[in-house]
Design a protein around this ligand. Structure first.
Ligand SMILES: NC(=O)c1ccc[n+]([C@@H]2O[C@H](COP(=O)([O-])OP(=O)(O)OC[C@H]3O[C@@H](n4cnc5c(N)ncnc54)[C@H](OP(=O)(O)O)[C@@H]3O)[C@@H](O)[C@H]2O)c1
Length: 278
């Protein structure tokens, strides 16, 4: 079954899984990636028309984050181009409690196109496919704000919700909030990963200032340091983010995946037991 769906970020944490979910439902989407053919590059608008040509619906993930400078302009241009080219619906991945992300949501909502906003809390997969992976491999996890409670959500749940709302127009006009089923803090997460992967992991509670200094010493690019500082300072501490929402259950008819289950499944891939070469 051909559905003319474009998955922007179709090789990323959620997009790759949205593609798999759609394929399970018999839909073969077009992948939006710099390496796809036709290619899609946020930094090269010349690629957009061909990537969107003939597309009816889109799942949009912005890289690296809707909070970064330039994201709003990019979402605005993409939304207007989509309408011009006859795209009928956008499913936008957004972040819970992010003011900048909400500004991007508003652009889509106010544009007149059919939409569903999928607003997610922090992903479990940040521990296995993103910036928390290296500390886990090293065995020394030093993080600030270790007592803040987060409803970590699994990227597989986000993808299943996104694929469902892409295909089912009864969710048009909704802002769907996807969280995990429980509130946990960083220490809890590290303990569950240690148990599941049979590793001894040392957790160090540090200040945000120390964390930022550490990233600078590791020569992490300044825009990435800015983004991480923003996420800790504004997103993690936002009380709206410290709530469990039952939209995964409402839409999928089953409970969201608990962190312990994610830890068990991910540990079995061996990703946390790699040899530390640093
Ligand atoms: N991580 C979290 O906890 C969290 C929580 C809430 C919301 N979010 C939101 O999630 C979004 C990211 O989604 P994600 O985690 O699924 O994706 P991701 O894994 O961060 O992104 C990787 C994807 O982006 C693509 N990409 C990178 N640079 C690109 C460029 N210049 N042009 C086009 N594509 C590019 C990559 O494709 P190629 O490399 O193949 O081109 C790949 O498909 C962000 O907007 C963020 O705000 C994240």
């Amino acid at each position: 079954m051909k559905k003319n769906i474009l998955v922007i970020g179709g090789t990323g944490k959620t997009g790759r899984r949205v593609v798999e979910q759609l394929q399970k439902k018999g839909v073969e989407p077009r992948i939006g990636s710099r390496n796809a053919s036709p290619s899609f590059d946020w930094d090269n608008k010349d690629t957009w028309v061909e990537a969107l040509n003939g597309i009816e619906k889109m799942y949009v993930t912005y890289y690296p984050d809707l909070a970064v400078p330039g994201a709003k302009e990019a979402i605005e241009s993409l939304t207007h181009l989509s309408i011009e080219l006859g795209v009928k619906k956008i499913v936008l991945l957004s972040g819970k409690g992010e003011m900048e992300a909400e500004a991007c949501e508003k652009i889509v909502i106010d544009s007149g196109i059919n939409y569903t906003i999928v607003r997610a809390s922090w992903f479990n997969q940040n521990w296995s496919e993103s910036f928390f992976l290296d500390p886990i491999i090293s065995g020394e996890v030093a993080l600030p704000m270790s007592d803040v409670l987060i409803p970590f959500v699994d990227a597989n749940d986000i993808a299943e919700v996104a694929a469902t709302v892409l295909l089912d127009d009864s969710y048009n006009g909704e802002v769907v909030e996807v969280t995990g089923p429980e509130l946990i803090n960083f220490k809890d997460a590290v303990e569950m990963i240690a148990k599941a992967s049979n590793r001894s992991l040392n957790f160090h509670d540090i200040t945000l200032k120390q964390y930022i200094m550490g990233m600078k010493q590791l020569q992490i690019p300044s825009d990435v340091v800015w983004l991480i500082e923003y996420l800790f300072n504004h997103v993690l501490t936002n009380p709206n983010n410290q709530l469990v929402i039952n939209d995964v259950q409402r839409i999928l008819g089953r409970k969201a995946k608990p962190f312990s289950e994610y830890a068990k499944t991910t540990a079995s891939t061996g990703i946390w037991n790699q040899v530390n070469i640093n």
